[in-house]
Design a protein around this ligand. Structure first.
Ligand SMILES: [Zn+2]
Length: 253
C-alpha cells in the first residue's frame, strides 16, 4: 500500500485493515456515497479502521469537512456489502467508497453542513479527475442496496453535485397528487416502470407485478432523485422524473 493518500485533499491517512486487491484487476469505474449512520465521527472513523467491523471505505469526511483516506484507491475496500447495479454484484471491486459522517435516519438525520458538502464536492471532483467514472455510476449506497440501505438519504444534496459535474441530476417533475402504482398492482404500466428502473441500472426484475422488491427500488430512486416524497409508489411525478433521467443519459451516450 502506498504510504501517502491518493488525494491531496486528505489531511489524514488512517490505514484500514479491511482491504484487498480488486478482484477484477481493473481500475474503479464507480463512486458510491454513504453516510456513516453513527452518532459521532470519532466512533465512525474508529469502527471503519477496525478489522472486527468487517467494513472499510476509501475516504471519510467529517462534519467540518476534514478528509481522511483509509484505503488506497487501487485497492478494494469493504463498503458496498450485498449489492447490485447494472447486473454486477461485486461492487466493492469496481468502486471507490466515501463515508460521509452523518448519524442518519436512526439518529434524527441532521442536515449535511456546508463545510462538509464543500469537502465532499471537492473530493469527488478530485477522484473523477483520476478515474474514468461515468456520471450515471456516481451513486448512493441506497441505489445499489434498495430495501437494505437508506444512505446517504434524501437530505443529501445531489443537485449541488450534479451542477458541479458530479453524477446525474435532473429537476424533479412536480407532484400531481395521484396515488400512483403500488403493491398489488399488475400489468403493462408496472412492467414499463420496472424496465425503466432496470435501464438506469437498478436491480429491478420485470414481472408485471408491483411487489416489495419494486417498492424498495422505487423508494431508492425517490431518495436519490425525486426527493419530494419518498413513499415507494410509482406516481406520475416519479415516472416522469425517471423518464427525464433516462433521456439525459441517452443524450450523453
Ligand atoms: Zn452505506
Amino acid at each position: 500500500m502506498t504510504a501517502a493518500p491518493d488525494s491531496s485533499l486528505a489531511t489524514l491517512w488512517c490505514p484500514a485493515p479491511n482491504r484487498e486487491t480488486r478482484r477484477n484487476g481493473l481500475p474503479p469505474d464507480m463512486l458510491i456515497l454513504h453516510y456513516t449512520g453513527m452518532d459521532s465521527a470519532e466512533a465512525a472513523l474508529d469502527w471503519l479502521t477496525r478489522q472486527e467491523s468487517g467494513v472499510s471505505c476509501h475516504y471519510f469526511v467529517d462534519e467540518e469537512g476534514r478528509i481522511a483516506q483509509l484505503v488506497a484507491e487501487q485497492e478494494r475496500a469493504w463498503h458496498a456489502g450485498q449489492s447490485r447495479w447494472a447486473g454486477e454484484t461485486d461492487l466493492n471491486s469496481c468502486s471507490i467508497g466515501i463515508e460521509i459522517h452523518n448519524p442518519g435516519h436512526d439518529f434524527d438525520y441532521p442536515d449535511f453542513p456546508e463545510a462538509q458538502m464543500r469537502a465532499v464536492e471537492a473530493l469527488c471532483l478530485d477522484i473523477l479527475s483520476r478515474h474514468a467514472i461515468p456520471p450515471a455510476r456516481v451513486l448512493a449506497h441506497s441505489d445499489i442496496a434498495p430495501g437494505r440501505k437508506r444512505d446517504p438519504g434524501e437530505k443529501f444534496d445531489w443537485e449541488r453535485l450534479g451542477r458541479a459535474g458530479i453524477g446525474l441530476w435532473v429537476p424533479s417533475a412536480p407532484l400531481e397528487g395521484d396515488a400512483g402504482l403500488g403493491p398489488g398492482d399488475e400489468g403493462e404500466t408496472v412492467a414499463a416502470l420496472q424496465r425503466a428502473l432496470l435501464e438506469f441500472g437498478y436491480g429491478a426484475e420485470v414481472t408485471t407485478t408491483y411487489g416489495t422488491g419494486l417498492e424498495q427500488v422505487v423508494e431508492a430512486f425517490q431518495r436519490r432523485v425525486r426527493t419530494a416524497s419518498v413513499d415507494g409508489r410509482g406516481d406520475k411525478s416519479t415516472i416522469a422524473t425517471l423518464d427525464l433521467l433516462l433521456a439525459s443519459i441517452r443524450t450523453m451516450a
